[in-house]
Write a protein that binds this ligand. Structure first.
Ligand SMILES: C[S@@+](CC[C@H](N)C(=O)[O-])C[C@H]1O[C@@H](n2cnc3c(N)ncnc32)[C@H](O)[C@@H]1O
Length: 277
């Protein structure tokens, strides 16, 4: 494990990869048999609005059967599998955390999608690409984890074909956080870059991208995260039975933190589409 992949475990969302195993058991699945992409989407999408948000990316970046797509920070592989299964695109899914990467690879294989989704474990800032090129780079709630936005965008640019798209759902700062709050963000969310909306756009322009869409998701995600917490609490007995107390408490604490941060009005969210020029 490198430092980054150890440090990111300060974020409670990433503590219990075995949640997937519990959900599969609940579905009556054995430990190795075949799975359908749709059977997993209720628990393998670690962002807001599940597969609807992936459909947004497909529409916005014209991904189709001939496309070669890179996902940065692919988590349990949910978006990559869904994207490959509905479009037929070839997806390269890069994930920092080894436990998430291994779980993602297993699920993809069990879905019979390992010919279209290639899982890689590594840090986007240092991964060696050996001349790979993509038509689109997509990312859901991962970029804010990654420091050095200039390096990140330069790497995106060099991996994209001319005219290729970046689609990102990401966090931003709506109003300034104080030092204590920043410390909390660094630990509880593993935030390493949190620009304002204007700075976010300027970074893209400076790196040679033309912003095409810049949608403020802050209010939407404030509602989404509140509904998510309420629904999790409503199904308390189910979650305690399926996952046990430790997972339940960990997830409640994480969901509660997100509600507090989004409804506090300082943390914001963005959906961004930009084109390499
Ligand atoms: C909130 S999760 C979202 C996962 C996936 N995109 C999804 O929506 O289901 C963000 C993921 O980004 C990964 N990540 C963070 N920093 C990374 C880096 N430098 N390189 C690759 N992946 C990274 C994290 O390990 C985490 O799994």
């Amino acid at each position: 494990m490198n430092d980054l992949s150890a440090d990111i475990k300060s974020m409670k969302l990433y503590h219990h990869v075995d949640r997937v195993v519990n959900e599969l058991r609940e579905l009556g699945k054995d430990e190795t048999g075949p799975l359908l992409v749709d059977e997993l989407t209720a628990f393998d999408q670690l962002h807001y609005h599940g597969t609807e948000a992936v459909d947004e990316a497909i529409r916005a970046t014209n991904i189709d059967e001939g496309s070669s797509v890179l996902e940065i920070g692919s988590g349990l592989g949910g978006p990559a599998r869904y994207l490959a299964s509905v479009t037929g695109a070839e997806v390269t899914a890069l994930e920092l955390q080894e436990d998430h990467h291994l779980m993602a690879s297993t699920l993809t294989e069990r879905c019979g999608l390992d010919d279209r989704v290639k899982h890689l474990c590594g840090d986007f800032l240092t991964h060696h690409w050996d001349g790979a090129q993509f038509q689109a780079i997509v990312s859901w709630l991962a970029l804010y984890h990654i420091p050095q936005r200039d390096v990140l965008l330069e790497r995106c640019r060099s991996l994209l074909e001319d005219g290729g798209f970046v689609y990102a759902e990401d966090l931003c700062e709506r109003r300034p956080f104080d030092d204590l709050e920043r410390e909390e963000l660094a630990t509880d969310l593993f935030v390493n870059y949190l620009p304002s909306r204007d700075q976010y756009r300027q970074d893209l322009i400076d790196a040679g991208f033309k912003p095409i869409l810049f949608e403020d998701m802050s209010d939407d995600w404030a509602v989404f995260t509140r509904d998510r917490l309420n629904s999790y609490l409503e199904h308390r007995d189910r979650h305690l039975r399926v996952h046990g107390e430790e997972v339940f408490e960990t997830m409640c604490a994480f969901y509660d933190t997100m509600v507090r941060l989004f409804s506090g009005g300082k943390l914001g969210g963005l959906r961004v589409v930009a084109r390499r020029i």
